[in-house]
Design a protein around this ligand. Structure first.
Ligand code: GLA
Ligand code: ZN
Length: 698
């Protein structure tokens, strides 16, 4: 899909800017502009937490500072992403309309404070946010310096007030029609929890009901619906104010409180906030974990997106505030571009003087000068993005995908089942992801509602909940020639967490060629292994946590269990179905198994990695590769070395170097403390130093 991220001046570069904290310091506001220009900054996000400045009293609006800032920034070539102010509310709003304050699951209404914590049902809040959003839109929605709407900020969390409880019951009425259907779907006869009417239903609560998994699941869906409905209301306000600018909302890392996929239709483009815990353990692990999140966000719309926030230095909310080693900052920002982001923005431009984020890293710190290590690296990165401008608008295409489904995760992690000590869903998804990345491919991370048509191989780890129609989609995918890797604990329950009867994986036994009979939970210290039925392969592969026992109904065993009373039974299977093949993984194998097994599958179908040829090329460990394709057919290959050591990269002869972060000839004035170590070209091999990036064009 083509890009809907507005980018009037190349990649968006800049970030959250809170000038309302500096209105008494015009000298600082002027200095900000000078420094931003010097760093190649072309975009700021304004107004995210400005409500009390913009509407100091109920119905009294004062947009003066915002107008002055937007104009001045624009005159200086800096564009504004304008936020609706719903991330945080003024005190008068809470005092006058206490219903805007959330109620917790024990029924306690919260006091005023903090942010991101309103009741999304409150008519008073909706009325007030509509009024200010519409006015902002009327005032700035067609300003040439404003390019996009930033709706709310990092939306999250439920409210359990009476208004929300009523809205939940309405949601259930719309969904189920008759209370009998609810009782069936949630299996309420268990422990005598039968409801006689919708009016009797309450949200799950730590001092009430938590044991009806169907209720818990519908509550999570309702919480998503509330946020979605509130967001739609805000979008309506900016549209009614006459602005047609694109809208986005900023999502969070590994956040499971909302099903982000549900917001896909509302948003013109997706965006997210990226705060990796660099240097906590290995940079390789953190680098690939960030890659995973980038791919997940891009896959929501399978379109260009935006990294809305990231930290130029250390955050102040992680358990340890670690500085980024020289070079990491640029690698982190280029990584966003590599995965399909149309920009790389920061939180925040100028460091706050007071309150909770005064020690959070910023482009301009309390010292205030440009002669800081962080500022130099920010400036170097800004100029890097300028130099690769031709990449803008190109898109990411992935030959493979892993199914990563939030609603499945809710159900899976809530159900008391084979391993309450940890099922490791995200880790299971990540293992498939990493194996595909290691082979050198772009990877999509899609959920069960998305189409599977464009992929050659799909991994389906722990698809415990087969959402409506999913088994049919998988069947069609395999029938049409796809390679499917289906793991243990899949196809167990339906949409409301009711167990399927008559054998699992539900509706798929004839396609995968086995039936799951039982599943064994392993204690933490139990490490089991499996080995190939092919006696030439001597390797044993370890697994942990879970081992499923299969009744083969057509599939052949490729690996069998080495231990326990089920020694010799199938641990990995293969079954051809129409034009395709299903591989079954019955146990939670370690990464090495995934790497080797996926490589075999990919080679078998001659899947070409981004660099080199299928079967003849192995990317050095710890090096990440991804590619973007431009409309004119140009391909941009991004390589990042997350290792602490240099590695040699064989470069295809038809590639030219578009950008190398370590190339001293490209460094010019930005050389210095910025982590420049120089990169030597070794004929058709390229020596990539630690944390360096190389962008090739072909
Ligand atoms: C989030 C918020 C920002 C800021 C940063 C700090 O991403 O959206 O307002 O608090 O965290 O890391
Ligand atoms: Zn509420």
């Amino acid at each position: 899909m083509a890009s809907k991220v507005p980018s009037p001046k190349g990649f968006l570069y800049g970030g959250d800017y809170n000038p309302e904290q500096w209105l008494d310091r015009p000298d600082i506001l002027a200095e900000d502009i000078r420094l931003m220009k010097q760093a190649g900054i072309n975009t700021v996000s304004l107004g995210i937490f400005s409500w009390s400045t913009l509407e100091p009293e109920d119905g009294v609006y004062d947009f003066g500072f915002l107008e002055e800032r937007i104009n001045t920034l624009y005159e200086n070539g800096i564009y504004t992403i304008l936020a609706t102010p719903s991330g945080s509310r003024p005190k008068w709003l809470a005092d006058k309309y206490p219903e805007v304050l959330r109620v917790d699951d024990r029924g306690v209404r919260q006091h005023y404070g903090f942010r991101h914590n309103h009741c999304m049902t409150s008519p008073a809040l909706r009325k007030k946010i509509y009024a200010i959003d519409r006015k902002l839109s009327e005032t700035f929605g067609n300003h040439p310096g404003v390019i996009s709407w930033h709706i709310n900020n990092e939306m999250s969390g439920p409210c359990y007030c009476p208004l929300c409880q009523d809205a939940f019951r309405d949601f259930l009425k719309r969904k189920y029609g008759d209370i009998k259907n609810v009782n069936h779907a949630w299996s309420t006869t268990f422990w005598s929890h039968t409801y006689r009417s919708f009016e009797e239903i309450e949200a799950p609560s730590s001092i009430g009901e938590t044991q009806l998994h169907g209720l818990n699941l519908d509550w999570m869906r309702f919480v998503t619906e509330r946020h979605k409905d509130f967001t739609a209301h805000e979008i309506q306000a900016v549209r009614d104010g006459g602005s047609n600018l694109p809208v986005t909302m900023n999502l969070m890392y590994n956040y499971t409180g909302l099903d982000y996929q549900e917001f896909s239709d509302l948003m013109d483009y997706m965006s997210w906030d990226n705060y990796p815990t660099w240097h906590k353990g290995s940079e390789v692990a953190v680098g690939f974990d960030s890659a995973f999140e980038h791919d997940r966000i891009r896959s929501i719309q399978r379109a260009p997106y935006l990294m809305m926030e990231s930290c130029p230095s250390s955050t102040n909310w992680q358990s340890v505030s670690k500085l980024k080693a020289p070079g990491i900052l640029e690698a982190q920002q280029i990584q966003a571009i590599a995965h399909g982001s149309e920009g790389a923005l920061y939180f925040q431009i100028r460091q706050s003087r007071g309150a909770s984020e005064k020690f959070h890293g910023a482009v301009i710190d309390h010292y205030g000068g440009e002669d800081t290590r962080v500022f130099r690296e920010v400036a170097k990165t800004g100029h890097a993005l300028e130099s690769i401008r031709e990449v803008l608008g190109s898109t990411v295409h992935s030959p493979v995908a892993v199914i990563y489904d939030t609603q499945n995760r809710w159900a899976l992690e809530d159900a008391q089942g084979p391993r309450n000590a940890g099922l490791y869903y995200r880790e299971a998804v990540e293992k498939s992801y990493l194996a595909f990345k290691k082979y050198g491919l772009n990877v999509d991370l899609i959920d069960e509602t998305q189409s599977l048509d464009q992929y050659q191989v799909i991994a389906v780890p722990m698809a415990y909940m087969f959402r409506q129609g999913f088994e049919k989609k998988l069947r069609d995918f395999v029938a049409n020639g796809g390679r499917l890797i289906l793991s243990y604990w899949s196809g167990i329950v339906d949409d409301t967490d009711l167990c399927f009867l008559g054998g699992t994986p539900h509706g798929f036994i004839d396609v995968c060629g086995f039936r799951s009979k039982e599943i064994d939970g392993l204690y933490e210290d139990e490490i089991h292994s499996a080995s190939s039925v092919d006696s030439r392969e001597e390797r044993h592969y370890n697994f942990h946590n879970l081992a499923e026992l299969l009744e083969l109904e057509g599939a052949e065993a490729l690996y069998t269990y080495d231990q326990d009373w089920y020694q010799g039974q199938a641990a990995v299977t293969r079954h051809a179905y129409e034009k395709g093949v299903v591989f079954g993984l019955a146990a939670d194998f370690d990464q090495d198994f995934y790497d080797d097994f996926y490589e075999k599958i990919l080679k078998e179908i001659s899947c070409k990695p981004i660099l080199g040829q299928a079967g003849s090329f192995v990317l050095p460990t710890g090096v990440e590769v991804s590619e973007r394709t431009q409309e004119d057919g140009s391909i941009y290959i991004f390589l990042i070395n997350w290792n602490r050591e240099a590695v040699e990269i064989p470069v295809d002869s038809d590639c030219e170097i578009l950008y190398a972060s370590g190339d001293s000839s490209l460094m010019g004035q930005f050389q210095g403390e910025a982590g420049v170590k120089g990169t030597d070209s070794l004929g058709d091999k390229y020596l990539l130093h630690s944390y360096e990036c190389l962008i090739l064009k072909k």
